[in-house]
Design a protein around this ligand. Structure first.
Ligand SMILES: O=C(CO)[C@H](O)[C@H](O)COP(=O)(O)O
Length: 210
């Protein structure tokens, strides 16, 4: 099981500062959608250049023009790019095709998908690398999480790795780990802690045992 740090509410300098504290405890660093909106793909390039040993995920949440947008993210240094599960199959196919040219990966984010199980099976068959259940900030504000969704997709996803994101904290990590995803994505559960290094270290210890 791997740990991904999601960086959302920082600029490039702030992202570098957090990663420099926790790099040894994370497998993947995510340049979150708000950073890409604020800074563009320069943020992906800057983090990849500063931390070349880390796998960098660009959370573009692609909805259309999958091939083109994946190409631009990969040019900037992304190793994994996100595409929305609610997008058309042709968009996901284009993204997968483009990523495969350079041995990069596609994570499909099932945020706001209504029939999670059916869509997870469909995107799995399209050859994506990760299928991710995700309760976004707006759903988190309503008290929702994706823990049950993870169990639901695990029964239908056959070839892709499974991932979970959305409001995961140290206190809820054991419940997440029990569902056995391949990838756990944590943003505020690390960045919002007074001691980010200690939070990341403890999370890494727990996911490594799984
Ligand atoms: O993609 C995102 C929001 O759309 C976040 O990166 C993701 O939800 C992880 O962050 P957090 O753990 O703070 O919820």
């Amino acid at each position: 099981m791997k740990l991904q740090l999601a960086l959302d509410l920082v600029d490039i300098a702030g992202a570098k500062e957090v990663v420099s504290k926790v790099a040894e405890f994370i497998d993947i660093v995510e340049i979150g959608t708000p950073i890409v909106i604020n800074e563009g793909l320069h943020a992906v390039k800057a983090i990849k250049e500063a931390f070349p040993a880390l796998t960098v995920l660009a959370d573009l949440k692609i909805m259309d023009a999958g091939g083109y947008e994946v190409m631009k993210a990969v040019e900037a240094g992304a190793d994994i790019v996100t595409v929305l599960g609610v997008s058309d199959d042709s968009t996901i196919r284009g993204a997968v095709e483009e990523a495969k040219k350079t041995n990069k990966e596609i994570l499909v984010d099932l945020i706001n998908v209504k029939d999670i199980k059916a869509r997870a099976a469909e995107v799995d068959a399209l050859g994506v690398d990760y299928v991710c259940v995700h309760s976004g900030y707006d759903h988190q504000a309503e008290g929702k999480n994706s823990f049950a969704d993870l169990n639901a997709i695990k029964s239908v996803v056959k070839q892709a790795k499974t991932a979970i994101a959305g409001g995961i904290k140290l206190s809820t990590l054991p419940e997440v780990i029990a569902a056995n995803p391949d990838l756990v994505i944590v943003g505020g559960g690390i960045t919002g802690e007074a001691n980010q290094k200690a939070a990341a270290a403890e999370m890494k210890r727990l996911v490594s045992q799984a």
